[in-house]
Design a protein around this ligand. Sequence first.
Ligand code: M6R
Length: 361
Amino acid sequence: DMGGHDTYMHKEISEQADAVDRVLRGRIDEKFSTVHLGGLNLDAREARGIRRVKILGCGTSYHAGMIGASLIEGLARIPADSEPASEFRYRNPVVDPDTLYIAVSQSGETYDVLAAVQELKRKGARVLGVVNVVGSAIAREADGGVYVHAGPEVCVVSTKCFTNTVVAFALLALHLGRIRDLSVADGKRIIEGLRKLPGQIQEILEGEEDIKKLAAEYADAKSMMFIGRVRGYPVALEASLKLKEISYIHAEAYPASELKHGPLALIEPAMPTVAIVPNDSLLEKNRAAMEEIKARSGKILAVAHQVQEKADHTIIVPKNEDELDPILMGIPLQLLAYHTALALGRDIDKPRNLAKSVTVE
Ligand code: M6R
């Protein structure tokens, strides 16, 4: 049932304020400025012993894991990174008893992720799941985890589950941080930021008409560049994947800092750039990157907290805490991909060559 929407993708994008509300519900502990995660199966002593976090997923879940890694590293000060599960399992990785492994999956059935979990468990590692589908294979195989509570996601491309997965990682990062050395004040600051998310998501969704007009401006591009720095880079990667999957427009995502090391050669009027430009300590660096693109007559659409003079267009998103900004910046770009694909007459819920879950190798 599409509930009055023309596609499942549109329905799922529109449900995100409620979905985020659901992943937060019953988990926040105001008294101790932390969160409770019932299924984690990891006590405080074990949490203090973790030396590294390795996150494994595919596609959108891999991108959500990248933001998850930066949340864990930032809030809990544990070195963390995200890797495609498929790559991980074929490179005979060192499996380390002091590393916490986290498998990320919407479906909980992706073969490469499940196989990585099984290999890790065989070698005695502790594996948590950040999974949407309750009781799925990966959820059952993991030692514990955090359910994402996005609700059923039908469209082949993931939207609301991406957002909720990142919020689930913020909860996990806050939990680990408050056991290690995140202060009460910082815990409170993140909790307040989390509580603001549903309202801010709704505000972004109300700007859909403007994003639709922008999509019409950019829909004739043969190719698009997406750039961001540090927290903005996974947002760029995910937005570029979304555009490719449903519009079939070729897209590249790069850290803005890498532009001058090669991809700048691609910039010309026919290759527009989407720039992720949060108001954080990297704002000036991002402005400099936009200037380099302008100097090559590249067209720029910025996603930012204030109008960007260097850009041809700016989509303004509400500001949250720096750590949580990537969650909000991804949402208008889901709508941009959606309206671009719609303008091009694509079959949005069933893009060519793709399946909802990849349960084979
Ligand atoms: O169910 P999973 O999260 O494990 O799926 C992983 C990928 O196959 C999935 O995210 C894929 O990239 C989607 N088509 C993204 O929109």
